[in-house]
Design a protein around this ligand. Structure first.
Ligand code: CO
Length: 245
């Protein structure tokens, strides 16, 4: 799973450098797909429940599952979430980040920082003996303390030989509930945080989730293993320290 995760991380690390005013989300998707193939992996999203592309690209008020298109070109001041997953030799990796396009306003900068920090605080709860919703509560508390709201309709998930496995990982709820975390479990933790209310709706394309109130939304994700020494982030190189994205 770490080898799958490194391919996901490598693709997203290249993709974030490609993000500039004028780039279309279709160009980013093409790069992601090619990157997976070049590394002998399969883009995991393509064909998943009929999803048509390899990458999810969600701009501004779009929360998750935006479909790349040649008609969607990002501009200065936008925020762009990119979510990518691959299967390598039967094992999955899944990660996402949200990046600014050029210079963005302070409210958007704060949204990106707080959502990334919410993911970090969730990951900090990953250790044997903690309970599942210790992750959820840490994410929600950080977002709400900073005046933001967390999406309820989409959650993180177990991941392994399938992209979505047992255990849903909500980004809200009281701590101390649910199963105890055990060494060897692997979870995709993925807070989706809005500047307005938490409600979302899905567009006519049946995929793109947007905030109900049109406010901005950000999304960060890592695939994380529970080890006896605490969290092991599988979707980045092992020796990395500092911010998770
Ligand atoms: Co995921």
């Amino acid at each position: 799973m770490h080898r799958a995760g490194i391919i996901v991380w490598g693709a997203l690390t290249e993709l974030r450098k490609m993000v500039r005013p004028g780039v279309s989300t279709l160009e980013l998707d093409a790069f992601a797909e090619e990157y997976a193939h070049r590394h002998h992996a399969r883009p995991a999203f393509k064909g998943y429940h009929g999803y048509p592309k390899s990458l999810c690209t969600s701009i501004n008020q779009e929360v998750v599952h935006g479909i790349p298109s040649g008609k969607r070109v990002v501009k200065e001041g936008d925020i762009l979430s990119m979510d990518f997953g691959v299967e390598l030799e039967g094992y999955y990796g899944d990660a996402a980040l949200t990046v600014p396009v050029g210079k963005v306003d302070p409210a958007r900068e704060k949204l990106l920082r707080v959502t990334r920090e919410a993911l970090e605080r969730g990951i900090d709860q990953v250790r044997p003996g903690n309970r599942l919703t210790d992750i959820s509560a840490a994410v929600q508390q950080w977002a709400e303390k900073n005046g933001l709201s967390v999406v309820r309709e989409f959650v993180g998930h177990g991941i392994g030989t399938k992209m979505h496995e047992d255990l849903q990982v909500p980004n809200y709820g009281a701590p101390g509930q649910g199963p105890k975390l055990q060494t060897g479990m692997v979870l995709a933790i993925e807070p989706m945080v809005n500047t307005g209310g938490p409600a979302v709706k899905v567009l006519e394309d049946k995929w793109t989730a947007v905030t109900a109130d049109g406010s901005d939304s950000a999304h960060f994700e890592h695939t994380v293993a529970v080890t006896e020494n605490g969290p092991w982030i599988l979707t980045r190189p092992r020796e990395t320290s500092g911010p998770v994205w």
